[in-house]
Ligand binder design. Structure first.
Ligand code: NAP
Ligand code: G3P
Length: 484
């Protein structure tokens, strides 16, 4: 790790290519989830500053959209290069701000640079199409439609705390390469990392006003941003409650929402149980389960449940618990309130008869990895998203029961199916109401060019590089009426 690069300085917000203090005179303290001390401050911007940022973005977007794809690419490549160059200091900021292990934080930055580069390349291979009118009955050969993609204008990018750089750039990069400008609102706990990412962009010399960083509590400025007439598209990642409210408030503009999940690991009787146990534990507990795609419940066939439980218990015992500075897998949760919520789910399940196999131990916001067996569908932990290190095991007697419990959820992000029977795997997959099904692997988003989709309470629209490019542009048809 590099020497300390994080300061407890007051950070500025970024508007029209300049770093500024807010006229509000107010700042927000950012407290590290494991150091338990203030590690920086961000500005609480005013509504007037939001208005100005959106105005600057519109002005910059007009010129940006006129630039060739090659010119836009040059700027974005520079941004990716700067991120790689700054990877150590950004990783340290991520680690201290959201408590992610240093190596995972560094990988997040490198993954982001790769994401930006792939986005540029994908955009360069996206072409429009043309159509002749006489393909439709009664149509005329003299009509030729040219279908192209054009930018939407100003995209509002709102990101969550758990991937403060990657999930921000996953919105900003496709928006920019497609010719849009961006208003970037990071999670407040995540805004120091977002600011570092913007420093990389500033160094890359992107045109002023093109991307503006707005910091402030979502509860204070969120609605104002979302309802603003100057916003032409919203790309949001965060909790289902926040996303649902946002969707009700937004104007009639395109929305992409990536929200929470309750992904099951379905283990059939014929599964490779060793593989399943390793994948499930890594899927459930990495970064203390603070991933939308974490495996959040196990649905195991009763005939192999005892054996799987034994393997899962052995794997849980291997997890390291402690500080992200030591590379621990289980780290303190983002704040005390989140830890209280997770503890509440554990306590409720135990009180209702779940068998505790490991965990149920807590030091402030550090929750030890908790494994619960004989969980029933009456328990809250069977349905609620903990965003923490607790894994409930529900024993089932058939594929149908596993499918019904999966589909009984309000969420529909991903599911894993562990089986040696590929036909059964597809049969189950076809019945699951989720965006993606992983066969014999843990639930996860990447690789980042795969479509990433949440259905039901898990979202709307799709991410994944090509999908994001499509959602941040619209089709425009120009029709040539040729003389016969
Ligand atoms: P969150 O509390 O919903 O916050 C997400 C973002 O929304 C933050 O930037 C937040 O700002 C902002 N926000 C809050 N109120 C708002 C409002 N009224 N209008 C507009 N924006 C508002 O979620 P989180 O705690 O950061 O992240 C955890 C949740 O995100 C989990 O449920 C997880 O499953 C989900 N998630 C989903 C995905 C996915 O791709 N499906 C990926 C990652 C996370 P402040 O921070 O200032 O409140
Ligand atoms: O919670 C963030 C979500 O997008 C998961 O990403 O790569 O950890 O599966 P990943």
């Amino acid at each position: 790790m590099t020497s300390s690069v994080l300061t407890s300085r007051t950070n500025q917000f970024y508007i029209n290519g300049e770093w500024r203090d807010s006229d509000s005179g107010e700042t927000i303290d950012i407290t590290s989830p494991y150091l338990h001390e203030v590690i920086g401050k961000v500005q609480a911007v005013t509504r007037d500053e939001v208005d100005n940022a959106i105005q600057f973005a519109h002005e910059a977007q007009k010129e940006w959209a006129e630039k060739s794809l090659q010119e836009r690419s040059t700027y974005l490549y520079k941004w990716a290069d700067e991120l790689v160059r700054m990877q150590d200091e950004i990783a340290e900021t991520i680690m201290k701000e959201v408590g992610k292990g240093y190596e995972d934080a560094r990988k997040e930055v490198v993954r982001t640079a790769d994401f930006i580069r792939y986005t540029i390349e994908e955009a360069q291979h996206m072409n429009g199409e043309s159509m002749r009118g006489d393909r439709f009955p009664g149509g005329s050969k003299s009509k030729l439609a040219i279908v192209d993609r054009v930018p939407l204008g100003v995209v509002l990018a709102i990101s969550p705390f758990n991937y403060p750089v990657n999930l921000s750039a996953a919105k900003i990069a496709p928006a920019l390469i497609a010719g849009n400008a961006v208003i970037f609102k990071p999670a407040t706990q995540g805004a120091l990392s977002g600011t570092k990412m913007m420093e990389a962009m500033h160094r890359a010399g992107l045109p002023k006003g093109l991307v503006n960083l707005i910091t402030g509590r979502g509860s204070v400025i969120g609605d104002y941003l979302v309802e603003h007439k100057g916003i032409n598209m919203i790309s949001f990642t965060g909790g289902t409650k926040t996303g649902t409210n946002l969707a009700k408030k937004a104007n009639m503009i395109p929305l992409v929402l990536e929200l929470g999940g309750k992904d099951p690991g379905i283990v059939r009787e014929d599964a490779d149980l060793h593989l399943a146990a390793i994948q499930i534990i890594s899927g459930a507990f990495s970064y203390s389960g603070q991933r939308c795609t974490a495996i959040k419940r196990v649905l195991v066939h009763e005939n192999v449940a005892d054996e799987l439980v034994k393997l899962l218990t052995e794997e849980v015992a291997k997890l390291s618990v402690g500080s992200p500075e030591n590379g621990s897998t289980i780290v303190p949760l983002i704040d005390d309130k989140s830890a209280d919520f997770v503890q509440g789910l554990i306590t409720d399940a135990i009180e209702q008869g779940a068998h505790l196999l490991a965990g149920n131990q807590r030091e402030q916001n550090l929750i030890y990895p908790t494994l619960l067996d004989h969980v029933t569908t009456d328990m809250k932990v069977a349905w609620e998203e903990p965003f923490g290190p607790v894994l409930p095991i529900i024993r089932v007697s058939s594929d149908e029961e596993a499918i019904n419990i999966t589909n009984g959820s309000d969420y529909g992000l991903q599911a894993s199916v562990f089986t040696k029977d590929i036909n059964k795997a597809f049969a189950i997959s076809n019945k699951l109401e989720v965006g993606s099904v992983q066969i014999n692997g843990r639930t996860e988003r990447g690789p980042d060019h795969f479509p990433f989709i949440g259905v039901k309470g898990s979202g709307m629209g799709a991410q994944g590089i090509k999908k994001s490019l499509e959602s941040m542009t619209r089709e425009k048809v120009t029709i040539l009426n040729l003389s016969e």
